[in-house]
Design a protein around this ligand. Structure first.
Ligand code: MN
Length: 200
């Protein structure tokens, strides 16, 4: 019943030049693998061993820090690989309408999520999530996410941007805002739209 790391759903260099192949390889094969391994270690032999990741997130305040950090790490990165891609898509249909009505435009959403990520002190994530049928932007520290019962802003995440230094430092060094500008070129909006539909 242990968790396993799924292969990256595209080549390491698929997001070049915006996200470099070496960053993707280390991020997926080393960082994400470590979250999976450490989550399995933390859960082994406990009552929570057979809970789903979503169940764990919803009751994370009752779990030790190792489960919060590594369970969040596994959930967040699994979502992250899914919402990135090189298909050059744009939001369409109901998702595009909801973005326009909530944030004025796609640029309005990008600005809000980029600001949430740029102003997150230390490590964390910028999120687009759905709560009560409404889109909302928030950020979390460390490997927390909006599914967690400890989150300030709770909801179902449909897009997450990793702002840990390991996500961008090889190419962008200290320039987190440059990474946050570039990543919009490689968002798989079809995947975000599918998550939006499922969240409603
Ligand atoms: Mn990461």
């Amino acid at each position: 019943m242990a968790y396993t790391l799924a292969p990256l759903p595209y080549a390491y260099d698929a997001l070049e030049p915006h996200i470099d192949a070496q960053t993707m390889q280390i991020h997926h094969d080393k960082h994400h693998q470590a979250y999976v391994d450490n989550l399995n270690k933390a859960l082994a032999g406990t009552d929570a061993e057979h809970k789903s990741l979503e169940e764990l997130m919803a009751t994370i305040s009752t779990q030790p820090a190792a489960v919060r950090n590594n369970g969040g790490g596994h959930y967040n990165h699994s979502l992250f690989w899914e919402v990135l891609g090189s298909n050059g898509s744009q939001p369409t249909g109901d998702l595009a309408k909801a973005i326009d009505s909530t944030f004025g435009s796609l640029d309005g959403l990008k600005e809000k999520m980029s600001t949430a990520g740029a102003t997150r002190f230390g490590s964390g994530w910028s999120w687009l999530s759905v709560s009560g049928g409404q889109l909302q932007v928030s950020s979390t520290p460390n490997q927390d996410n909006p599914l967690m019962d400890v989150a300030e802003v709770k909801g179902t995440p449909i897009l997450g941007i990793d702002v840990w230094e390991h996500a961008y430092y090889l190419k962008y060094q200290n320039k987190r805002p440059d990474y946050l500008k570039a990543i919009w070129n490689v968002i798989n909006w079809d995947a975000v739209a599918a998550r939006y539909k499922a969240a409603l």
